[in-house]
Design a protein around this ligand. Structure first.
Ligand code: ZN
Ligand code: ZN
Length: 443
């Protein structure tokens, strides 16, 4: 296992001294001295930081930790997450979830995976050992490659199922074998894949806080054992409370076409947008992708021709990337913006959204419809901020907001906006709920 503790004393030297000598000669400063000072500072920070295997960062959802990452001149968050790193929140420090290597200089010319190999060649994640890394698109449902060794009959009893967990991998200890076996699962011996003795459904990639019954109900709702242990109300409740993958069950993944097509699209598409220098219109529907906007490139050097951008998803999304693209003047010509999604957006997310709006001078059509009228979190300030932004969009002629929760106060703001916005030809608001209280509703 990855060594714990001893990494504290370790000295990591991230700088290229040859390059520093060159700089010194070129600029007439002692770059080596500067690097040395920087090295000491980084070392002090490094000593303070927590070390040891970080089970919570096994998933390439590591990518999400880079949402607030300031430097976009560095390695890409995608590359860093793929190389095992997540953002620590201390300066620009990134850390490997497996070997705890901490890097502060992410602007070097080498790739993160190369630096990782150079400084910590013994990292078990890099060596390809099973340390529980969960690939970005590694889905929970596993195809049952082999049926249970001794057949279903052997695992009717919970205690027998529990015994199969003897070699349950260390990284999956956040999900308890007792709860898994109670929920009908038997450990297959492969990674952290478990299989239901009744429906044979296979699940893996367990993360801390996962609820085995909920996963069972979500992915294999027709299972006889599940139905015998839980009431149909309970099953419905589990499915309803499941975030994402709406209307998708395990059966979908059994058909290989879904497995091949569902995951791949967005990342590659967005990462390669720069290859279309004259791109004017982009429309993507990406149900099932955890955070669509997080895969947008940090800067949009070639997207200033873009006139129409439509992103539809039913998952929660962070809007900071969009805002960053817009504020770095990436979307100067954008005329039509359509982000229909189930807006589970935080207050900060809304701030980013309004920031983006303020930087779209040519916007003519804006569609901010929601798919599903649940989990709505509208702060009272949201509508006001929206109306303020809209008033600063001189060319906006059409605004669509389906299934927004608006109270009387909000409607007054909307009406005032309409009056002071004579060029607006079309304002569509469906599902205008008028409620007698301030519109802060969660769940
Ligand atoms: Zn490592
Ligand atoms: Zn089952």
């Amino acid at each position: 296992m990855a060594s714990q503790g001893e990494a504290c004393e370790e000295r990591i030297y991230e700088f290229d001294d040859d390059l520093a000598s060159e700089f010194s000669a070129l600029l007439g400063v002692d770059a080596l001295q500067i690097l040395k000072r920087q090295h000491e500072e980084d070392h002090k920070e490094r000593m303070k930081m927590k070390k040891g295997f970080n089970s919570q960062m096994r998933s390439e959802a590591r990518l999400m930790t880079f949402v607030t990452y300031e430097s976009f001149k560095s390695w890409t968050p995608q590359d860093m997450a793929a190389a095992g790193f997540y953002h620590t929140g201390v300066k620009l420090g990134v850390q490997c979830f497996c070997c705890s290597l901490i890097l502060f200089s992410t602007r070097l010319k080498n790739l993160p995976i190369e630096i990782h190999k150079k400084l910590h060649p013994e990292c078990e994640f890099l060596l390809g050992k099973d340390v529980g890394n969960i690939g970005k698109y590694n889905i929970r449902v596993k195809s049952p490659e082999k049926t249970l060794r001794s057949g279903k009959a052997q695992y009717q009893e919970e205690e027998d199922r529990l015994e199969s967990f003897e070699k349950w991998p260390f990284y999956a200890h956040g999900t308890s074998p007792r709860v898994l076996s109670a929920a009908g699962f038997v450990f297959t011996g492969e990674r952290d894949t478990v299989q239901c003795f009744s429906c044979s459904g296979c699940l893996g990639n367990w993360e801390e806080g996962d609820h085995p019954w909920k996963e069972h109900a979500k992915w294999f709702p027709k299972c006889e054992f599940l139905q015998s242990e839980k009431s149909s109300e309970e099953i419905a409740q589990y499915i309803q409370s499941y975030e994402g993958f709406v209307h998708v069950t395990g059966e979908h993944f059994m058909n290989s076409w879904v497995r091949r097509e569902l995951p791949m699209v967005s990342d590659q598409l967005f990462a390669n947008l720069n290859k279309f220098p004259g791109l004017k219109e982009l429309s993507v529907r990406l149900d099932g992708k955890a955070d669509v906007l997080s895969v947008l490139p940090g800067e949009f050097p070639n997207l200033h021709h873009m006139e129409k951008l439509s992103i539809q998803t039913s998952m929660e999304s962070d809007l900071s990337r969009l805002a960053k693209g817009a504020t770095s003047r990436g979307f100067q010509n954008l005329e039509n913006l359509d982000i229909s999604m189930n807006h589970k957006i935080t207050e900060e997310g809304y701030r980013h959204f309004f920031q983006a709006l303020n930087n779209l001078p040519n916007l003519q059509e804006l569609n901010i419809s929601r798919h599903i009228p649940e989990r709505i979190q509208v702060q009272a300030t949201t509508v006001k901020a929206l109306s303020q932004c809209v008033m600063r969009l001189p060319r906006l002629t059409r605004l669509r907001m389906l299934s927004w929760l608006l109270d009387e106060e909000d409607m007054k703001v909307m009406n005032a906006m309409k009056e002071r916005h004579p060029q607006c030809k079309c304002l569509i608001i469906h599902w205008k709920w008028i409620v007698p209280f301030s519109p802060v509703i969660q769940k």
